[in-house]
Ligand binder design. Structure first.
Ligand code: ACM
Length: 485
């Protein structure tokens, strides 16, 4: 059996094999630029390990091809796919292009681990024959990266996007501002990055993305069928902004930059009009740069903002987000305000369940004690924190989203997201260590049917990904819970 993660809805394998050869053609229908791009993505990913420069052609009919095509099959939904593999052909169909992209990820996992190599390997490049029909359980399968506490390069973020794409993650939430740093260029308020982006936790040099770099990241994610959700955390977690512009402070005085890890001490001044001009500019620029439908406004841990002020503030920011044509997301605290029906709340502590349930609006589940990738695996894990508990690989996998909010309509649960806060993380190797091997488990909870999910079976499939990660030079945690191959 192949060790696919996430586990597909249905899979039947037979004894034969399709072999990728230098003459294998990737076939797409005429006049389908988006499909050609997916075919080229597959071809490009095969070049380093195989040394084959496979051609993407329209309507190839020769023997020995991999065909990608759209079919009218609404039962596959926006992201499902149908894969049929014979010794002569691989036929991948989907109702929408995203399904083809996820089918390509399945195809990669059906190939031997050496397919992940950056240099030519001997092969053979065989794929077992059979049939897979697959579609996701949840529309929202996300990861979040905190680039504010520590700043990460564009290349590091792209690597994390690529790793997440392997597991069919389709939402990439970027936490772009916090007390310790402002990480996205805002042309109308340049000191946010010039000053507010100039440091990070521990006093390092920090950094920020220019608007061109951010647009490049968004396009990179989009080519992987991943929607970027930018977050500007408000009204707390704003020391970097307050340090950059004195007029945003209640007393008109800019505080010093902050490089510690406390939370809950900063607040924008909710009574000043300049605050809303500022937010209109920031959210406007961000909305214009972001093709996805969402803007995340944070809203968590606003301990320095009195509750009535907080509620007023959130409601006003919601109208700003809507004015820029976006759907608002906020951490669960925002449910204390009167929100529009479509605004999404992101659960993280379970402290506001009454508000979330009473409101009944859409929810993303990121329970800290299950999904926070910055929590240590065990008491001896060097990186990470442990305020929400220790999260070993089994703890991360063995839970059910529907159990988290009893009596809540399951249709309002959009899906799950695994945040990675970076107080203790400095580079991509640290990101990899905290994300792997937990991230594939979240991907499976988000994608695979609830029925039949079992840790004892999953851990064996997960073990088979170890050799792939070694080939990828991935810095993963060798948990003793997994019988690594
Ligand atoms: C959070 O962890 N403060 C959302």
């Amino acid at each position: 059996m192949p060790n696919l993660i996430p586990q597909p809805v249905s899979i039947t394998l037979t004894d034969g094999a399709f072999s990728i050869a230098p003459t294998t053609v990737i076939s797409v229908p005429d006049a389908a630029p988006e499909l050609t791009a997916i075919g080229q993505y597959l071809a490009d990913s095969l070049i380093p390990p195989t040394g084959f420069d496979l051609q993407v052609q329209t309507n190839a009919t020769s023997v020995g091809y991999i065909s990608l095509a759209l079919v009218a099959d609404p039962s596959l939904g926006d992201e499902g796919y149908h894969l049929t593999i014979t010794p002569e052909t691989v036929t991948l169909t989907a109702h929408q292009p995203a399904g083809l992209f996820w089918g390509v990820q399945t195809l990669r996992q059906l190939l031997p681990p050496a397919i992940e190599s950056a240099s030519p390997q001997p092969g053979p490049w065989t794929i077992p024959t059979g049939e897979i029909r697959d579609h996701p359980r949840f529309a929202w399968r996300g990861v979040m990266l905190d680039v504010a506490r520590h700043f990460f390069s564009v290349d590091a973020v792209k690597r994390y996007i690529d790793l997440a794409a392997c597991y069919k993650i389709n939402r990439f939430h970027l936490h772009l501002s916090d007390d310790q740093g402002w990480r996205i260029e805002i042309k109308t308020w340049p000191n946010l990055t010039a000053h507010g982006g100039s440091t990070e936790v521990g006093g390092g040099p920090g950094g920020y993305y220019t608007q061109a770099e951010y647009a490049d990241l968004v396009a990179y994610a989009q080519a992987r069928y991943m929607v970027v959700i930018p977050e500007i955390d408000l009204p707390g977690h704003t020391n970097a902004a307050l340090a950059s512009y004195p007029e945003l402070n209640g007393d008109g005085k800019a505080p010093d930059l902050y490089t510690g890890t406390e939370v809950g001490f900063s607040s924008l001044c909710v009574d000043k009009e300049i605050t809303y001009q500022f937010l209109n500019d920031v959210l406007g620029e961000l909305a214009a740069l972001t093709p996805g439908p969402y803007l995340h406004i944070g809203g968590d841990e606003a301990a320095a903002t009195p509750l009535p002020d907080y509620v007023r503030f959130v409601e006003r920011v919601e109208t700003l987000v809507a004015a820029h044509g976006k759907q608002m997301i906020g951490w669960e605290e925002v449910t204390r305000a009167e929100l529009n029906d479509e605004t999404i709340a992101q659960l993280w502590t379970n402290k506001h369940d009454q508000h979330i349930i009473g409101r009944g609006g859409p929810v993303i589940l990121s329970p800290a004690f299950k999904t926070y990738l910055d929590m240590k695996y065990t008491a001896t894990t060097t990186l990470g924190l442990r305020w929400a508990g220790l999260i070993e690989v089994a703890d991360a996998y063995a839970w059910e989203p529907n159990d988290l909010l009893p009596d809540f309509p399951s249709a309002k649960i959009l899906g799950i997201e695994a945040p990675l806060w970076s107080e203790t993380l400095e580079d991509i190797k640290d990101i990899e260590f905290m994300a792997f091997p937990r991230l594939p488990g979240y991907a499976e909870i988000g994608w695979s049917p609830q029925e039949g999910r079992a840790w004892d079976e999953y851990r064996l499939r997960l073990a088979a990904h170890g050799p792939r990660w070694q080939v990828m030079n991935l810095n993963f945690y060798r948990s003793s819970q997994i019988p690594w191959e």
